[in-house]
Design a protein around this ligand. Structure first.
Ligand code: UD1
Length: 427
């Protein structure tokens, strides 16, 4: 199992290319199931989760062509051609869903196109129980019959999906995406109220529109979808990854360096920009990139609460905690999205951080310096927070279980090393 070794203490300087957003790419790939024509996606990141989705779609009968690198070149910007031919199967098996929860995003497209789907229940994961009840209740409103058997959801809509009013009791990114995709081919009008407004949901809606879907209210919490008979092919470029951008912004801030994030988009990360500004970190746009640097000597202690978009993203909570761990002052971080997303706290404490968790809040008292330690990653964002903390630590840190990191960060050690970090992967 790969590990990463970091010797911290070096301010990072340089340019980091931001890849396409994993969380936008995964639902966009599932969209291919909705159309018999070719969907060409570009600016896809090269990540394990993308490979898992390719495997799943291939199993479901999607014809897939790797189309090399898109014009912006380098390691990033890969393009894929996906064509939803006849289904080889309508089952998303446990082996793939277990690896990646986003596999449940094939449920809506399969139901909409073929009237049936069998998808393994994802089960628990490190950051909480994460059920899919919101997805299933919404599908029931669209006329889907749902049965649970042997760990699988068996869903059937023998007479096709019927447009309906779907009010989510709480905001869910995945459930909004799943129902949005399904509603594009439903009979009549579907209104999705209390919809997630994340940029990745907006990206999905734009791609569906490019394929002929009728969607109003994109970017708001109420989406109105009028079903059409068929979606056609399209060429679509995935948006840049706002979480990768935020993570490398923290890398610049935590080391007191200066990094330009090439291809990043500030307009989809307002809350992160605001929080970093309060902490004493400036992000400014120019020359096709975003420059990140501290405004003063130290990082300020601040309070942060995670919320659905446009609030501060839960996927940046662990990274901001690593930064605030070395601040001057005290901070309170409140997690409102996932119930068990402080798994990085004990690991950060082993590196000398002073953090106490009380229910869904963590009190972070800034310490001047962290020290290197052997650590264990528990989930994707927790892993990167340990890498970030290590960059600002004295001595050597080993981050174990790097496979979590590889699910969401492409060539993290190469990108950081190019900015002067002393970091290497141990195979
Ligand atoms: C997506 C992102 C993930 C991010 C999360 C929240 C992808 C592939 N993943 O995950 O990186 O952290 O949004 O921004 O895009 N919930 C239920 N029942 C459901 C569905 C969700 O109770 O049926 C709960 C979840 O347990 C969680 C909250 O709702 O507490 C939000 O989850 P959701 O927005 O659905 O997250 P994902 O779409 O799984």
């Amino acid at each position: 199992m790969d590990r990463i070794r970091i010797r911290g203490g070096k301010p990072l300087h340089g340019v980091i290319q931001i890849g396409g957003a994993k969380n936008a790419a995964l639902p966009l790939m599932a969209v291919a199931l909705l159309s018999p024509e070719t969907l060409r996606l570009s600016n896809l990141p090269h990540l394990v989760d993308i490979t898992t989705m390719v495997q799943l779609l291939a199993e479901l009968g999607v014809e897939i062509n790797m189309n090399g690198d898109a014009p912006n070149g380098g390691h990033i910007g890969r393009a894929l051609e996906l064509k939803g031919a006849e289904p080889a199967s309508c089952t998303a098996p446990y082996d793939l869903v277990r690896k990646m929860r986003a596999s449940v995003l094939v449920l809506g497209p399969l139901l909409a196109r073929w009237g049936e789907a069998r998808v393994s229940l994802p089960g628990g994961c490190a950051i909480g129980t994460r059920p899919i009840d919101l997805h299933l209740e919404a599908f029931k409103a669209l006329g889907v019959e749902i049965e649970l058997e042997e760990g699988y959801v068996r869903a059937a809509a023998p007479d096709g999906l019927k447009g309906a009013y779907v009010l989510f009791p709480s905001v869910s990114v995945g459930a909004t995406e799943n129902v949005l995709m399904a509603a594009t081919l439903a009979d009549g009008e579907t209104v999705i109220a209390n919809a997630a407004r994340e940029p990745e949901v907006v990206d999905l809606a734009h791609c569906l529109k490019a394929m002929g879907a009728q969607i109003e209210g994109i970017g708001t919490d109420t989406l109105k979808v009028t079903g059409v008979a068929q979606l056609h092919g399209a060429d679509y470029e995935v948006i840049p990854d706002r979480i990768e951008s935020g993570s490398y912004a923290v890398a610049a801030a935590i080391t007191g360096g200066e990094i330009t994030l090439q291809g990043a988009r500030l307009d989809i990360m307002d809350a992160v920009v605001d929080v970093l500004a309060k902490a004493g970190v400036e992000m400014t746009t120019g020359n096709g990139g975003v420059r990140v640097a501290r405004t003063g000597e130290a990082i300020n202690g601040i309070d942060v609460m995670t919320e659905p978009y446009p609030g501060f993203p839960t996927d940046m909570q662990a990274q901001i905690m690593a930064l605030l761990a070395v601040s001057k002052g005290a901070s309170m971080i409140t997690e409102t999205i996932f119930e068990n997303r402080f798994m990085h706290v004990p690991e950060l404490c082993r590196m000398g951080a002073d953090i106490n968790v009380h229910g869904s809040s963590a009190i972070v008292r800034g310490v001047g310096k962290l020290s290197g330690a052997e650590t264990m990653a528990t989930d994707l964002r927790a892993s990167v927070s340990l890498v970030l903390a290590a960059l600002a630590s004295e001595g050597e840190t080993i981050v174990n279980r790097v496979y979590h990191l590889d699910r969401g960060y492409e060539r993290v050690e190469e990108k950081l090393a190019a900015c002067g970090a002393d970091i290497e992967r141990l195979e």
